[in-house]
Design a protein around this ligand. Structure first.
Ligand code: SF4
Ligand code: MG
Length: 330
């Protein structure tokens, strides 16, 4: 999946506000891209734009989204519905809101098979049970007859993942899927997603605010701030060589249990609201390195090497001074 120069806006009484501002990235089969940032940074709106699930006042007003080289942002409602589940699936933070409380797990699991694969109820049942096994649910035959409220939070999230896999998607979008779960269950679900990614050679786009989760699942990381991508690179690059002051701040605000000397440093200030007009770099009101240039002109994306991209004047200047720059402003 490839996203090029995506702009997503919301129509409000005060005019249009941009939630996603000219963002480009890709996800390959068999890899996990983590999109990380504080809530309100545009990461969930990016995924809803891809899924064609924006609220009524949301529109994609620029750029393109491609899946297997086919433009999918301009599909009609019926075509988008077909795409969801069969090519791209999504799991959410709270499985209770995505599962229908009055239908059995079996009913909900048979439906996608009957819809996408045109099989009869009996065959769909067999495939549903297979899927429950695949996501590590014990006694799947019994679970098929139960209702969502009869399952624990972790089991419900496994059912959601099973549902998402029913159409054999090439891309799984997971939006904070473990935030509502306790730590042990969270680790199990992350393991499950990792192993399914490898087994099914799926691309995974994983949205989170939690750097600990990023370390567990990411192959590549994209950091967003105020609707923009501000840094992108392999998980090793981002954790070992973070360059954008905001990324460095995010990493410093994660507790480090191995280092007793480590002091938590929260990032001062708060994320700008979507309606807030901020000139230049959108992080400048919170950045201790902000210069006049930062306040006036927005930095452009700059590759510092190793497929590591940063949007920051300071980094670009340092790179050109010490020669690390390969000189490609994108
Ligand atoms: Fe800070 Fe300027 Fe870099 Fe923005 S461009 S992060 S304000 S140094
Ligand atoms: Mg969100």
């Amino acid at each position: 999946m490839e996203v090029n120069n995506l702009i997503t806006e919301f129509r409000t009484a005060d005019g249009n506000v941009q939630a996603v501002r000219d963002v480009s990235f890709f996800v390959k089969k068999g890899e996990t891209l983590c999109i990380v940032g504080e809530s309100g940074c545009g990461k969930s709106i990016t995924s809803l734009s891809i899924m064609g699930l924006l609220p009524n006042n949301g529109i994609i007003s620029g750029g393109e989204i491609k899946y297997e080289n086919q433009a999918i942002h301009a599909l009609n409602a019926e075509e988008k519905r077909k795409l969801r589940g069969s090519k791209i699936s999504m799991i959410f933070q709270e499985p209770m809101t995505a599962l229908n409380p009055v239908l059995t797990i079996g009913y909900q699991l048979r439906e996608p098979f009957m819809l996408h694969h045109k099989v009869n109820k009996k065959q769909a049942n067999i495939q549903g049970i297979e899927l429950l096994k695949q996501v590590g649910i014990p006694y799947p035959e019994k679970r098929m007859k139960q209702y969502p409220h009869e399952l624990s939070g972790g089991m419900r999230q496994r059912v959601m993942i099973a549902l998402a896999l029913a159409g054999n998607p090439g891309l799984l979008i997971a939006d904070e899927p473990t935030t509502a779960l306790d730590v042990t269950i969270q680790a199990q679900i992350l393991d499950l997603i990792n192993s399914l990614k490898e087994k099914l050679d799926m691309g995974v786009m994983f949205i989170t605010h939690d750097m600990g989760v990023v370390a567990e699942v990411a192959d590549r990381v994209m950091v967003m701030y105020g609707g923009k991508k501000i840094e992108e690179g392999s998980v090793e690059e981002i954790f070992n060589q973070p360059r954008h002051p905001y990324t460095i701040g995010l990493l410093n605000s994660v507790p480090n249990v191995d280092d007793p000397e480590f002091e938590l440093e929260p990032i001062p200030g708060s994320l700008p609201s979507l309606t807030e007009q901020i000139s230049g770099c959108r992080f400048h009101p919170r950045c201790q390195f902000a210069t006049e240039q930062c306040r006036i002109t927005a930095p452009t994306e700059f590759e510092i090497g190793n497929d590591h991209n940063v949007s920051c004047w300071l980094v670009e200047e340092e790179a050109s001074n010490n020669g690390r720059a390969i000189g490609v402003a994108k």
